[in-house]
Design a binder for this molecule. Structure first.
Ligand SMILES: *Cc1c(COP(=O)(O)O)cnc(C)c1O
Length: 479
């Protein structure tokens, strides 16, 4: 048995390349400009240290007996691996072929073209963030986006913060801290990652008063819980799950009627933030913000990057007095949005004003029928087959499947779609999926029944040439 301690260390380890030698390699030369010498030198040190560690601990590959040249090559490969690992941390564009429209890990909603332009053209240098160019005096940040939001939801006023979680904390803190907020046991939800209503409530300083049962909560349950300590009745949209069957929960209208009698507020955390009626897309139980406002909710919060189809932001609409109170709250200063966000939101909300829903990618993707997607997929497959080598092992067929809305919205709705199913006689689906994910740009796919599936619902038409190139390059590799 080999023992690292008895290894003739000086002999084997002296073959390790010097940092200088590693910096002379082609890998180093190719990355010098991009990384700069100081950082490249650090990575080179790390690479040498890693190979030294492997020589001392991993005897399976016999690297401790490598020649000087072999060790230089091993260390160069390690350097390249470290460089790639770091590059992979960067935000990079990807092709989303998963068919998940609001893909949380891929940045939720893709932005409308006008929003991308607005970020770049209007907001990325100096801009009128808090400046009134007519009077030359200080202006109110976010005025235009807030005006559009109020107009589109029928609310008296609106306020914008960083995300819906921030909006919840601000509202609960400003309106219920030190008092009680009543919430149904069926709505004590966790929404992706770390956002749990009971925890948010605790952070806000409001006391959670649970009522009802998981599946059934009646107006009378809320009524019994009301006391002089009650500040508001909270309604939370369950977003990423549904209770089906023997279930019941009061409408906003009923809660408003109760709240009015007892002089408390009604706050709805709607989550997804649909600005229009979604029933024609089969999304029946997503709350439409204007309906909650019309039903009398005092304040409603929702996300800007879920069904609304814009940037990450927390949108708050409600009664004038409440919004003013929120705007003046010290927490607002910590939670307020950046100029890029206002620019993107303005452009997105303007599409809603003009009813240009096709300009909002989330809606454009949602509205595609399975037939339309099948036609897109067929035409892509045709170009692929025309250009691909007859020898190419990649097998492609079009099959029926389901897309996913994602982002914790409408979990029960899965629009039918057409999928391009890829298989290869010599490569597993996992291998092929991994290959596509490591292309430039990465192509993110799903594996279903040992096939790699591409859903053209979420692939932008102008991404198709890049995707075609990636598949043709794969073919040329003759796996
Ligand atoms: C998604 C969601 C949140 C959190 O929104 P973020 O914008 O991700 O912070 C809060 N409440 C509900 C009901 C949600 O669906």
């Amino acid at each position: 048995m080999k023992n690292p301690v008895s290894l003739p260390e000086s002999n084997a380890l002296k073959n390790l390349p010097s940092i200088d030698a590693l910096l002379q390699t082609e890998t180093a030369a190719q990355n010098l400009e991009n990384l700069g010498l100081p950082h490249l030198t650090n990575l080179a040190r790390e690479a040498v240290a890693e190979v030294r560690r492997r020589m001392q601990t991993d005897f399976s590959k016999n690297i401790e007996n490598s020649s000087k040249e072999e060790l230089l090559s091993t260390t160069e490969k390690t350097l390249l691996k470290l460089i790639r690992q770091e590059e992979n941390l960067k935000i990079r564009r990807v092709i989303n072929a998963t068919g998940v429209i609001i893909h949380t890990n891929l940045g939720r909603a893709p932005l409308p073209e006008a929003a991308r332009q607005a970020i770049f053209e209007e907001a990325s240098r100096y801009c009128t963030l808090e400046y009134d160019s007519e009077t030359g005096k200080r202006g109110k940040r976010g005025s235009y986006a807030e005006k559009l939001l109020a107009e589109l939801t029928g609310a008296e006023d609106a306020l914008i913060v960083n995300n819906c979680a921030a909006a919840c904390i601000l509202v609960l803190n400003a309106l219920a801290a030190g008092g009680e907020a009543i919430l149904s046991r069926g709505e004590m939800v966790e929404i992706g990652g770390d956002f749990r209503i009971p925890d948010v409530m605790e952070q806000s300083g409001a006391i959670l008063r649970e009522v009802g049962a998981t599946n059934k909560t009646r107006v009378s349950d809320y009524e019994k819980a009301l006391s002089e300590k009650t500040r508001l009745i909270l309604k939370v949209h369950p977003s990423n799950y549904r209770i089906i069957g023997f279930a019941e929960t009061p409408s906003i209208k009923e809660l408003v009627a109760l709240a009015r009698r007892h002089d408390v507020l009604v706050y709805e955390d709607a989550g997804s933030g649909a600005l229009l009626d979604l029933s024609e897309f089969g999304l029946k139980d997503e709350p439409v913000i204007s309906e909650s406002v019309r039903a009398g909710a005092d304040v409603v919060t929702f996300s800007g990057d879920k069904l609304l189809g814009g940037v990450q932001s927390g949108l708050i609409v409600g009664k004038q007095g409440i919004i003013t109170k929120l705007r003046k709250h010290p927490l607002y200063r910590a939670l307020r949005a950046d100029k890029l966000i206002y620019a993107a939101l303005e452009a997105t909300l303007k599409h809603y004003r003009l009813q240009q829903y096709a300009e909002i990618p989330v809606w454009q993707m949602l509205s595609l029928s399975a037939q339309e997607i099948e036609r897109k997929t067929e035409s892509f497959l045709k170009s692929f087959l025309e250009k691909a080598d007859v020898e190419c092992g990649l097998q492609a067929e079009i099959i029926a499947g389901k897309s996913v809305i994602g982002g914790g919205s409408a979990p029960a709705v899965q629009p039918t779609t057409a999928l391009l199913a890829l298989t290869h006689p010599n490569l597993s689906a996992t291998h092929l999926e991994n290959y596509l994910r490591n292309c430039e740009p990465p192509v993110i796919t799903r594996i279903i029944e040992d096939k790699v599936m591409l859903d053209f619902r979420t692939i932008f038409p102008d991404e198709e040439p890049a995707l075609l190139k990636i598949l043709l390059e794969f073919c040329a590799k003759n796996y």
